[in-house]
Design a protein around this ligand. Structure first.
Ligand SMILES: [Zn+2]
Length: 84
């Protein structure tokens, strides 16, 4: 799933996401972002359990914080990929 499809599936406007650093994010960056202050899921507002940086076409790099349900909903299972 590319970033545009991902944002569309979550009904998100990248302009609403927090700007992210240009360097490669580490597990430590994500851990610091996820705690100790609770983060809200960008899609539904419940407690976020994961975060990642996405490169958006028009809004540069943004943090995408997601709850467990939305993270799982947007993971493409290998067996679901179209073999072409
Ligand atoms: Zn959510």
């Amino acid at each position: 799933m590319n970033v545009t499809d991902l944002l569309r599936s979550l009904v998100l406007d990248p302009a609403d996401l927090k700007p992210a650093p240009h360097r490669q994010a580490t597990a430590q960056d994500a851990a610091e972002r996820l705690g100790p202050e609770p983060l809200s899921c960008a899609a539904c507002g419940t407690l976020a359990r994961s975060t990642r940086i996405i490169d958006t076409p028009d809004h540069d790099r943004r943090w995408l914080d997601r709850c467990r349900d939305y993270m799982l909903a947007t993971v493409v299972a290998p067996w679901a990929l179209d073999p072409g």
